[in-house]
Design a binder for this molecule. Structure first.
Ligand SMILES: Cc1ncc(C[n+]2csc(CCOP(=O)(O)OP(=O)(O)O)c2C)c(N)n1
Length: 603
């Protein structure tokens, strides 16, 4: 999505901001001096929208665990700090998260976690509200951009008042919807400085044992705060039924039942249980309307409050006004719901790698080799789909290498075992896996697809790119040196556009006994600048309709109306072709050549 640069110092003006931009603005107004995170949809634009600020340090970390460590260090150093990630990022950061709930913070520390119900761009749809409960960390849930700004700013206050990190949870629709926000002043929050306190900050068992009761006491105080907090808002009328909601779902409720009696929870952990109990006494039936898991529903049941919920509203995927309408119809609140079926004949198109994507050739080579490919998360995961169909597993960021080690150890692969991993993902969570491959002397090949960016989430910088989020030059990790230092004896660097070299390097690396690494070196075609070389064309008379070029899955190659021996020939769209040469190298009759004139290219 497009990111607007967050407007500076325009107090009192109203602007349209996405939820993510509003969160960033909330941190700015709260006087945060450090903002750190790792990209991940739907959270990425939070940091991007404030990268221009010279009065803050805004940084990408190599992964969410490091980001949260940096955030805690900055908070203990005495500056208000924002930390951002997507929901699965909190799994990576969970080790720090669970213990920082014990230590507490110094200056305010707010962790924004963006959930992705419906898995628009994620490998699972876990519910961050469960982490709040597991860690004992308060959680705020804005339902629009205005609240996103206000709740983030308030989260810094709560963090300092209760000496705790605070979670702000969004979901895709809150993060990406736009709404009107009034800008306020930026608070001046000078650096407080670090105060040594080993009992609080050194979590050896003897100290941690003291901090655990402190954590529980803090939760009791936070629950009292929640009971009295204006974050809990009652609206609507009626006594036959009432609804407890939070986040985006409240908007769906208001679309479907504009006047129904509702209690909206701005702070959904700890819950204002007594307030909800009082509310429940004013209605005959109490519903909990929540996306994903029945978390509030279960909490209310445990508190002895009779509720209805997941028997009417799905636990899987995103809710929508439609799903809410359907649920209330099933509950007998609304008349029978007649669903509108989509028009027949809607064509679905699977996602593909971009024209000219340098990830394509290694997967063509792996398909030819029949390798068992443990994949990872990034653009290249699309190689699992047709026509490349050359990835066998994909679980979590960095998992490819460890899984390859295990697959090799099992002796059951029946083919060469190759892990494929992007540069950002390798630096995020792959290095320890490669150390293990060396330690285990595993007979595997690791292909690091180094396109010089974090392409999947829109092209973010990382420690291997040589630049920072704020545009400064930085030292770039030397991937070859790193692999060699870990003990890999066979490290090859290839230009993936050179198909012959790519095939032979991968075959050579696979033949090597022990762990080997192949690193590709072509930048992403989209970042940092769009690659546009001379496009290619098909000489129709020379095309034998062998369709080998189609195996690359390039969206620029499309079917022609012409046929040869009953098979369809192909043509290349000169507008989207980047001139990468991959299809030309695949063409046996050499029927694919560069266009020779601008006129031809424009056709
Ligand atoms: C724990 C976690 N954090 C963040 C993400 C979001 N995400 C998916 S892939 C990816 C990195 C992709 O970059 P890279 O590995 O370099 O591959 P590319 O897309 O550039 O091919 C990120 C940040 C995620 N899925 N899981």
């Amino acid at each position: 999505m497009t990111v607007d640069v967050e407007p500076r110092n325009e107090t009192g003006t109203t602007v349209l901001l996405s939820g993510n931009e509003a969160i960033a603005r909330g941190a700015v107004e709260a006087g945060a001096l450090v903002a750190v995170g790792y990209p991940g949809t739907p959270s990425t634009e939070i940091l991007e929208s404030i990268a221009h600020r010279t009065d803050m340090q805004v940084r990408w970390s190599p992964n969410e665990k490091v980001a949260l460590d940096v955030a805690l260090g900055a908070s203990l150093g005495g500056v208000r700090t924002l930390c951002t990630m997507k929901h699965v990022g909190l799994n990576v950061a969970a080790d720090t998260f669970m213990t920082m709930a014990y230590t507490g913070v110094s200056a305010g520390l707010v962790i924004v976690v963006a959930d992705d119900p419906g898995m628009h761009s994620s490998q699972n749809e876990q519910d961050t509200r469960a982490y709040a409960r597991m860690g004992g960390v308060p959680l705020l849930e804005p339902s629009n951009s205005k609240e996103a700004k206000a709740f983030t700013a308030l989260a810094f206050e709560i963090s300092e008042q209760f000496d705790t990190p605070v979670l702000v949870r969004t979901t895709t629709r809150v993060s990406h919807n736009r709404g009107v926000v009034e800008l306020g002043d930026r608070m001046d929050k000078p650096v407080v400085g670090f105060e040594r306190n080993p009992q609080k900050y050194v979590m050896i068992p003897g100290h941690a044992r003291g901090r655990r009761p402190a954590l529980l006491r803090r939760l009791t105080e936070l629950a009292e705060y929640a009971e009295a907090s204006p974050l809990t808002k009652e609206s609507g009328t009626g006594d036959s039924f009432g609804i407890v909601t939070s986040g985006i779902v409240h908007n769906y409720l208001r679309e479907v039942l504009p006047d129904a009696k509702a209690l909206k929870l701005g702070m959904s952990y700890p819950l204002p249980i007594e307030r909800i109990r009082e509310f429940s006494k004013t209605v005959d039936r109490l519903f909990v309307l929540e996306e994903l898991d029945p978390i509030v529903e279960n909490d209310l049941r445990a508190a002895g409050i009779a509720v209805e919920g997941k028997e009417f509203f799905p636990q899987v995927g995103e809710l929508s006004p439609d799903a809410v309408r359907r649920g209330f119809a099933a509950a007998g609140i609304l008349p029978e719901y007649l669903s509108i079926e989509p028009a027949p004949g809607t064509v679905t198109r699977p996602p593909l790698l971009c024209p000219g994507c340098p990830h394509t050739p290694p997967y063509l080579a792996l398909k030819r080799l029949g390798a068992v490919v443990t994949g990872d998360i990034g653009c290249y995961t699309l190689a699992a789909l047709e026509p490349l169909s050359s990835m066998d597993t994909c679980i979590a960021m960095g998992s490819s290498i460890g899984m390859a080690v295990g697959m090799a150890a099992s002796g059951g692969a029946g083919a060469p075992v190759v892990a494929t991993i992007g540069d950002s993902t390798f630096l995020h969570g792959g290095i320890a896996g490669l150390a293990d491959a060396v330690y285990a002397d595993a007979n595997i090949t690791v292909i690091i697809l180094d396109n010089g960016t974090t392409a999947m989430t829109g092209g973010q910088e990382h420690p291997g790119t040589g630049t920072t989020l704020q545009g400064a030059e930085a030292k770039a990790v030397d991937l070859v040196g790193l692999c060699e230092a870990l003990g890999v004896r066979d490290v090859r660097v290839i230009d993936p556009y050179d198909m012959g070299a790519t095939y032979s390097a991968i075959e050579g690396a696979v033949a090597h006994i022990g762990p080997s690494v192949v690193i590709t070196n072509r930048p992403c075609v989209e970042a940092p600048v769009k690659v546009r070389d001379t496009p290619f064309k098909v000489i129709a008379e020379a095309c034998t309709a062998c369709q080998l070029c189609m195996t690359a899955g390039c969206p620029s190659i499309v079917w022609s109306e012409e046929t040869f021996e009953g098979r369809r020939k192909v043509v290349i769209d000169p507008v989207t072709c980047t001139g990468c040469t991959i299809c030309a190298q695949l063409c046996p009759p050499l029927a694919i050549i560069p266009v020779t004139s601008g006129q031809e290219a424009a056709r």
